[in-house]
Design a protein around this ligand. Structure first.
Ligand code: UD1
Length: 342
């Protein structure tokens, strides 16, 4: 049984990935500092899979603690989620974003080298493409200047991995390093059990938690940012992907074991875009709740439309998204109701 270290494993995407890993027969060690998650998530994971993941509360910006983590657990591979992820906050606190996201990646790579661990899956984002020149977006598209320090940490992390993989490939005395970077489009939805899901701190920035909180009466109204875009209904288009489909991509990426001189990048999206109004319509249909929304000015920095070509992940990872937009809105709502009644 392979042992996988999942950093940030108590978070939204991390926790769903831990479930998918355990269900595929992997042994999991979660490392999380709980800065944006709750230890209760670990027991919720156990309720779903009936397997206790090992949990280590650790700050990966501490080199000593990170090396100790690797020495104690000697993982076969790492899935590295742990990072700060709020775009707006990253503009307010850039240094804290650069320090946290970059230092933790460097420490994880150092820990891996320490114990001879060769495989890492990195959690990247479609934000690296900026405003794309064409659609759908393929992995061959150039990366653009990042719109936020958060986005820049993803770009820099991909560059660090690229240099580390290249050096390991060309230096006989180094261990090979096999790195996969998964570029997520818009992760949403929740586990169908409603035992785990997204737990945004404070006022949500992302669309789906804002929708569910508005429907639940926590927020008075959803502002739809812009209805004058060059799209069929005037609202922005995104490639929303169910978090359980996303989680399965990580399990398949672990099996992708090719030694090469570069980092393999994969788009993880459905290949289909939906507008904000289409998401709202799906939500109202699946929840039976009328949503109070109004049109508001465009949000600064928003891309008009973006969706992926997931063809490369389909071909090389044998991965495909199966869940629909209705599955996403339905599970997100079920999760919101579970949080309310907890
Ligand atoms: C953002 C991040 C991206 C990150 C992703 C998922 C930016 C530029 N990008 O993407 O890096 O990977 O979240 O965490 O911030 N909307 C409303 N009202 C709301 C909230 C959102 O109309 O209250 C609209 C937005 O204008 C957008 C769509 O919903 O058109 C999706 O927004 P959001 O969920 O914030 O994701 P992104 O901005 O695409």
């Amino acid at each position: 049984m392979e042992k996988i270290l999942v950093t940030g494993g108590a978070g939204f995407i991390g926790s769903h990935t831990v479930v998918a890993l355990q269900e595929s027969g992997y042994e999991v060690v979660i490392a999380d500092n709980l800065s944006n998650s709750d230890e209760m998530v670990v027991s919720q994971i156990k309720k779903i899979t009936k397997i206790d993941p090992v949990f280590e509360k650790i700050d990966l910006t501490c080199t000593k603690d990170t090396v100790r983590l690797f020495e104690v657990h000697k993982p076969d591979a790492v899935i590295h989620f742990a990072s700060y992820k709020a775009v707006g906050e990253s503009v307010q606190k850039p240094l804290s974003y650069y320090f946290n996201n970059i230092t933790s990646l460097l420490n994880v790579l150092d820990g891996m080298r320490h114990v001879g661990c060769e495989r890492i899956i990195f959690s990247s984002s479609c934000t690296v493409y900026g405003i794309p020149d064409e659609l759908p977006v393929t992995e061959k598209f150039p990366r653009k200047k990042a719109c936020s320090p958060y986005g820049n940490t993803k770009k820099i992390s991909e560059d660090i991995l690229a240099d580390a993989v290249y050096a390991a490939f060309h230096n006989d005395r180094e261990l090979p390093l096999k790195a996969v970077s998964l570029r997520y489009f818009n992760p949403t939805g929740a586990h169908p059990s409603a035992l785990i899901g997204e737990l945004p701190l404070g006022v949500p920035n992302n669309l789906m938690p804002y929708i569910t909180q508005t429907a639940a009466g926590i927020r008075p109204v959803l502002n739809v940012f812009g209805n004058d875009y060059n799209t069929p209904d005037g609202t922005c288009i995104r490639d929303y992907i169910h978090v359980c489909d996303l989680a399965e991509a990580h399990v398949l990426a672990l099996k992708y074991n090719k030694v090469s001189s570069f980092v393999e990048m994969f788009n993880i999206g459905t290949g289909r875009g939906y507008s904000v109004l289409e998401v709202i319509k799906s939500f109202e249909k699946m929840s039976g709740v009328h949503l109070n929304y109004e049109f508001a000015p465009r949000r600064r920095g928003d891309v008009e439309k973006i969706w992926s070509s997931p063809a490369k992940a389909e071909e090389l990872l044998n991965w495909k998204a199966y869940r629909s937009l209705d599955d996403m809105t339905e599970t997100a709502w079920k999760w919101q109701l579970a949080v309310l009644s907890a």
